[in-house]
Write a protein that binds this ligand. Structure first.
Ligand SMILES: *Cc1c(COP(=O)(O)O)cnc(C)c1O
Length: 386
């Protein structure tokens, strides 16, 4: 069996042992979807905020939003980011052309800012949180010409909503938190993670809670959420007059059906992923690698990270995984500022981002990964990690 993913060549071959893919999504099956599909058949309402989208938003609000916040779904996490940026501050203008963006994130964060006309300026992270430190950002030399700050909750690690509320009120610069993978963190702690700074989620197939493609904005500012909805519907709100910058970013009824079925099964999904993380951790501990693995609940359950330390070379770990036909990935690449496209901006070096990007290696974890596969991953890593 070989593993094909869009950004990596196939690994493994006909006579090699089966490859372990980095991720293998498992979304609700046809039987779980059918009752919802029948509702779509009866309504003949397929897009534009139908019954299932509204039901999904209500059920999400009950579980992942602080009291007083609401949830607005989107076609993707990237669409939700663009909508939140447009709702916060509109398109870039010459007085405020910059978006300050965490260097350690998935490329979508910066792509969303660019789509709204902003020039990305990458900011280094705090090595302890892997995220921008709001106190340090107050002294950034471009702040006076910044239209929007895009903070990131890397790998779904809990972010500091209150610190960003304070940052926005003391600097006057609006903030959006890209918490794309934070569904589980929000489930644990909706009251402190959501509030007056909008939080964006992705429901992409590789996230722990997935609708295939999808996303959401969670925010206490109901007028702000209306501006998000307007941005994602061509600038229309309650009329056919286009009144603001927009695009098509709406979630369809079919995607909402998947989300509703995923919520129906969520408690079982969550229990299974907690058991899996505990098992993974136990196997790593037996090999003496307990302190090198980062798993749920510290990060979202769709990620498992192997942390290289000063005694080990992450590239040697990659080579051992490669030799064992185990797919692996630096999920956020070398840091956004070093992606070829963004390198054209000639950004400054970001030492903490680069150190984190090189040290945190993504290894396989997915709902039905089996124990022999985990044993094989840990054995391969143990060959390189003293
Ligand atoms: C997944 C992810 C996104 C993109 O979400 P899409 O739904 O694929 O558009 C953005 N930012 C981060 C940090 C992500 O992990």
């Amino acid at each position: 069996m070989s593993v094909q993913s869009p950004d990596r060549p196939a690994i493994g071959s006909a006579d090699a042992p089966p490859a372990v893919p980095i991720y293998r999504a498992l979304l609700p099956g046809a039987d779980a979807l059918l009752p919802y599909l029948r509702i779509i058949d009866a309504n003949r309402h397929y897009a534009n905020r139908g019954e299932l989208v509204r039901r999904l938003e209500t059920r999400l609000r009950e579980r992942i939003a602080a009291p007083g916040c609401a949830v607005l779904t989107a076609a993707s996490g990237t669409a939700a980011l663009q909508a939140a940026i447009l709702a916060q501050t509109g398109r870039a203008d010459p007085a405020r052309p910059f978006a300050l963006i965490a260097g350690y994130t998935f490329v979508a964060t910066a792509m969303a800012a660019e789509a709204c006309g902003y020039t990305p300026v990458f900011v280094d992270i705090d090595p302890a949180t892997w995220a921008i430190d709001p106190a340090t950002l107050r002294r950034h030399d471009r702040l006076a010409r910044t239209g929007i700050v895009l903070a990131v909750a890397p790998y779904g690690r809990p972010h500091d909503q209150q610190a960003w509320v304070d940052f926005a009120s003391s600097t006057g610069v609006p903030v959006v938190i890209d918490a794309a993978a934070s569904f589980e963190a929000l489930m644990q702690n909706p009251a402190t993670l959501t509030g007056t700074v909008p939080v964006v989620l992705s429901f992409h197939a590789t996230k722990a809670f997935a609708t295939g493609e999808g996303g959401a904005v969670i925010w206490s500012d109901i007028e702000g959420l209306k501006r998000c909805a307007r941005a994602m519907n061509f600038g229309f709100l309650y009329s056919r007059e286009s009144r603001a910058a927009g695009f098509n970013g709406k979630m369809s009824e079919y995607h909402a059906a998947i989300g509703l079925a995923a919520l129906d099964g969520w408690d079982a999904t969550a229990a299974a992923s907690a058991r899996l993380a505990a098992r993974y951790r136990a196997i790593a501990m037996r090999a003496g690698l307990g302190d090198r693995l980062i798993l749920a609940p510290e990060i979202a359950s769709n990620y498992a990270l192997f942390r290289a330390d000063s005694r080990s070379d992450p590239l040697a770990s990659c080579a051992c995984l490669e030799a064992a036909a185990i797919e692996h990935r630096f999920w956020y690449g070398p840091g956004l500022h070093r992606e070829p496209y963004f390198a054209a901006h000639r950004p400054a070096a970001l030492p903490a981002t680069e150190a984190c990007a090189a040290a945190l290696l993504g290894i396989p974890v997915f709902p039905d990964i089996d124990e022999p596969a985990i044993e094989r991953i840990i054995a391969a890593l143990a060959r390189t990690a003293p």
